[in-house]
Design a binder for this molecule. Structure first.
Ligand code: SF4
Length: 347
């Protein structure tokens, strides 16, 4: 019988399973703490429970569904991409980015992605399946353990790796609840960002979840026709409706929304395009993150040169739209946005 991934269970389900094993309710809390605060990787580490219970747990549950198959570090050693094998032999990639004062992890939510954004290596590899809650959390725990051995900790988590999180909505929400639950990871919600390409019904749903998690929307163009070419989801969820949904989100949550904009040379990077974007976002509680498109062997066009990126940013600033120019990271190891593609792009 296949073992259950223990991180797929919420606390109540786990406590019930322990009761069925004849255990007192306090045992569930003890084990939960070993899982979520000590990041134990083996049942033998649970020294506060009996050997017979450890044996019973290890017969039914697995603690780690991920097999690291390869890991690559960028030349500056600051970006690390790991290819993880899953129990069904599929694989996903996860990226750790080290900064002076923080360590940020980019996790995957699906194997592949059905959204087909033209510049994205993940989108071009097709879709295989969604990850479970536990498989998302396992990526995080892997790097929490690693950083702990270095006396460091994870400070930020972004759901921007392989996949569209809002197409795997329930598992994504469960993972966010577990991350922010004070009795589980107790990770600050404001240090977590979920990214979507613009699945409108789920943006609406997300606004009612009561989570203080940040939302990022990948925009890439303020022109509906061009956006449909770059991001096919725009044909289902057109720009005008998307922006209305984003305004409703900020009204409901009073939270700032981030817009991601990958600048593609001579495609969406003119100062006129910047002015159009500023007009679209006028008056919204938002922030724009600009990044020159990362190179991909699946897409022949190039990222915009530095001067065009800054000219675009200047237009937004002049028109009162808060903007940050993001540095490209880890592109030589295909660890940048839009470059993750798992086994089809071996490390
Ligand atoms: S950019 Fe995001 S939504 Fe688009 S194909 Fe890539 S992973 Fe999917």
């Amino acid at each position: 019988m296949a073992k259950t991934l223990i991180y797929d269970l919420d606390f109540d389900t786990f406590a019930q399973a322990l009761t069925e094993l004849g255990q007192q309710p306090f045992r569930a809390r003890q084990i939960w703490s070993g899982l979520y605060q000590q990041y134990y990787s083996d049942f033998s580490q649970f020294s506060n429970i009996s050997a017979s219970l450890r044996a019973a747990l290890s017969e039914q549950y697995t603690l780690d569904p991920l097999t690291p198959r390869a890991s690559l570090r960028s030349k500056d050693q600051l970006t690390e991409k790991t290819l993880f094998g899953l129990p069904d032999d599929l694989s996903v990639e996860t990226v750790l980015m080290r900064y002076e004062e923080r360590n940020s992890l980019c996790i995957s939510t699906q194997v592949g992605c059905p959204m087909g954004c033209v510049f994205c290596a993940t989108g071009q590899m097709g879709y295989q399946r969604g990850l479970s809650t536990g498989e998302m959390l396992a990526q995080i725990i892997h790097f929490m353990r690693l950083l702990k051995t270095e006396g460091k900790s994870l400070t930020n988590i972004v759901y921007m790796g392989m996949g569209e999180p809002f197409l795997n909505y329930e598992a994504t929400m469960d993972s966010l609840r577990r991350l922010t639950d004070p009795s589980a990871f107790n990770f600050g919600a404001r240090r977590i960002t979920v990214s979507t390409v613009g699945i409108i019904p789920k943006i609406e749903k997300f606004s009612h979840e009561g989570l203080q998690v940040n939302l990022a929307v990948s925009l890439h163009s303020a022109d509906n026709e061009l956006r449909s070419q770059l991001v096919p989801a725009n044909r289902i969820y057109p720009l005008k409706n998307l922006i209305s949904a984003c305004r409703a989100y900020t009204d409901e949550t009073h939270r700032r929304i981030s817009f991601e904009y990958a600048l593609i040379n001579d495609v969406n990077d003119s100062t006129a395009a910047a002015a159009q974007l500023a007009g679209l976002l006028k008056g919204m509680l938002c922030h724009v993150n600009l990044i020159a498109l990362n190179p991909s062997k699946h897409y022949s066009l190039q990222g915009s040169p530095r001067e065009k990126v800054h000219a675009f940013a200047d237009v937004l600033s002049e028109r009162g739209i808060p903007v940050t120019v993001r540095l490209r990271r880890g592109i030589e190891i295909q660890a940048g946005c839009g470059q993750l593609a798992s086994s089809q792009n071996p490390l």
